[in-house]
Design a protein around this ligand. Structure first.
Ligand SMILES: [Zn+2]
Length: 390
């Protein structure tokens, strides 16, 4: 067990102080400054700051002409002090409903169509643990509801997207579908014509995220196959410009459905490169799909590349030149800010960077062992259930 002591102004202090500021813009500025300036505030800092949300809503709503303010693009982005200019509509829980199912297709009220002809099962989604940002290696909670979405590309060579190549495009798409179905690679695949295929049932885990880490104000999640939904674009991470307009609009509708169905938070809709890790060398982004240029805006999402990478902050992962190259020659803002937070946290502990990373990594290894044991147990249970049914 690893204990890290923290001494900072509590969120309650900050809120009390903020309450004394009459001007809402000044108050917002103060809250944002103090809500983001603290280092490693463990979980209390990440509790929903309703007062802050209310202030923002009061400022943002009149300007938004009826558009519902979703949330802060990044409550943790260090540089953000001004009122966000992008206002996004967040679908309310169960706002999108199924209007038709034929057994081969589901149709939803937002226009989304899901092709069921390749749908298969892997094993029921297991109860997944939620960990505190720092402290003990035991979970602070468990859950079964998907917390977010991980976006992927399928990789592989792409056929030129031209009318004359239609047959080749179709052939490649079907080959890919058969492959990802066999591998249980994702929950959804969006082909180049924007057709959405369910690959693995949402009730089940899919093999999409492997070793991975993400988090939100409720805690940190490790290995996201059970806790996140995997959505893949047929495409290549080196040629993300090739993603078609049809794919973008289908992905937006699918995102809308999943956000509505599971009450997903916008900060939990991220890319594989943002969550992927390699425990063997403690580097980030073992998988680099969508290391850059994910069209968050087209998904009606805030720019989540701004969010500090949780694997760095919570577990001391680092990144190398390969990732910088994949992200376009410059690390995305959340990588930089996560490193900065880590260094600040180390300094506040009076530890040097190497020793501090070592402590975080030790905790990760303990948590990983626990996650592996849970996964093996879930697989064994699924096997037993299958045998019992046969
Ligand atoms: Zn991926």
């Amino acid at each position: 067990m690893l204990k890290l002591g923290f001494s900072h102004a509590s969120p309650a202090d900050v809120e009390r102080e903020a309450g004394r500021i009459a001007d809402p813009v000044e108050r917002l500025r103060y809250l944002r400054k103090h809500g983001t300036a603290t280092v490693q505030g463990v979980l209390p800092r990440r509790r929903p700051n309703w007062k802050l949300q209310a202030v923002i809503a009061a400022i943002a709503l009149p300007a938004a002409l009826g558009v519902v303010y979703w949330t802060l693009p990044s409550a943790r982005a260090p540089e953000a002090v001004k009122v966000p200019s992008i206002l996004v509509a967040r679908p309310a829980p169960n706002q999108i409903w199924q209007v038709e199912t034929s057994g081969v297709e589901e149709v939803y009220s937002n226009g989304l169509r899901i092709d069921l002809s390749f749908a298969t099962r892997l094993r029921p989604r297991a109860e997944y643990p939620v960990f505190a940002l720092a402290g003990a290696s035991q979970p602070i909670a468990t859950d079964r509801t998907p917390r977010g979405i991980v976006y992927h590309t399928t990789e592989g060579d792409m056929v030129v997207f031209e009318k004359e190549e239609h047959q080749k495009i179709e052939r490649a798409g079907h080959q890919l579908l058969r492959y990802v179905r066999q591998q249980h690679s994702y929950h959804y695949l969006i082909d180049r014509y924007g057709r959405v295929y369910r690959v693995v049932e949402e009730s089940d885990a899919a093999n999409h995220a492997g070793f991975s880490v993400w988090g939100d104000e409720r805690g940190v999640y490790v290995n996201l196959n059970d806790s996140f939904i995997g959505v893949a674009f047929e495409g290549s991470s080196s040629k993300t410009d090739d993603v078609t307009g049809a794919q973008l609009s289908a992905a937006r509708m699918l995102t809308e459905l999943l956000v509505s169905r599971y009450n997903v938070r916008p900060e939990d809709c991220v890319t594989h490169a943002q969550v992927s890790v390699s425990p063997s060398n403690m580097r980030l982004a073992n998988h680099k799909d969508w290391a850059r240029a994910f069209p968050f805006a087209a998904m009606n999402l805030p720019d989540n590349y701004r969010l500090p990478v949780w694997a760095v902050e919570a577990f001391g992962f680092s990144y190398d030149e390969d990732l910088v190259g994949a992200s376009g020659g410059k690390p995305w803002p959340g990588l930089v800010s996560a490193d900065k937070k880590l260094l600040e946290a180390a300094a506040s502990q009076g530890a040097d960077e190497i020793r501090y990373r070592g402590m975080l990594r030790h905790r990760y290894q303990e948590i990983l062992a626990d996650a592996k044991a849970r996964q093996l147990q879930a697989e064994a249970e699924a096997r037993e259930n299958r045998q019992r049914r046969n």
